[in-house]
Ligand binder design. Structure first.
Ligand SMILES: [Fe+2]
Ligand SMILES: [Fe+2]
Length: 161
């Protein structure tokens, strides 16, 4: 399975798959919390924030699909169990404030999550430049980190930073 692809990527292909699966878990978790937060947020800016969160959530879901596709191309399997998703994630939880009207606290949580995502992909890029040279995975990760940087900036705009 994926014989030539795995040969090209080299000995550490399974380490790469593991890192991609951790990022995959982060993306599904972000999707879940952003979508949930969009449904729960209250207050005068609720619609604006919900619209932005849904737009970002849908991009996180796309990221999860892009990662899963690459994992399969590498001869691996995306995580198949929600316990494994929370156990393997770099960031297993995003805090949704009890006070549903405290959108500043909510946006700060999302901001932390986006900064965390940028870190995860920056580390993956480093790994792909030094440990496992795989231009195809690099291309996928390079695309995703660009969108995470855009998310960071969108959330900062809502926070007035
Ligand atoms: Fe993402
Ligand atoms: Fe993001």
């Amino acid at each position: 399975m994926a014989e030539k692809t795995r040969e090209l990527v080299g000995e550490r292909v399974d380490d790469l798959i593991e890192l991609l699966n951790k990022a995959y878990a982060d993306e599904l978790i972000a999707y879940f919390y952003y979508k949930t937060a969009a449904m729960l947020v209250k207050g005068i800016h609720a619609n604006t924030i919900a619209d932005q969160l849904i737009e970002i959530a849908n991009e996180e879901l796309e990221h999860s699909e892009e990662l899963a596709e690459r994992i399969i191309q590498l001869g691996g399997e995306p995580l198949d169990d929600w316990d494994a998703i929370t156990k393997n994630a770099n960031y297993p939880k995003i805090n949704i404030p009890e006070d549903r009207g405290d959108y500043v606290a909510l946006l700060k949580s999302v901001h932390e999550a986006e900064k965390g995502a940028i870190d995860v992909y920056a580390q993956l890029i480093k790994f792909l430049q030094t440990e496992v040279k795989d231009p195809n995975t690099f291309h996928v990760v390079r695309h995703i980190i660009g969108e995470e940087m855009h998310h960071e900036e969108e959330i900062e705009t809502l926070l007035g930073y």
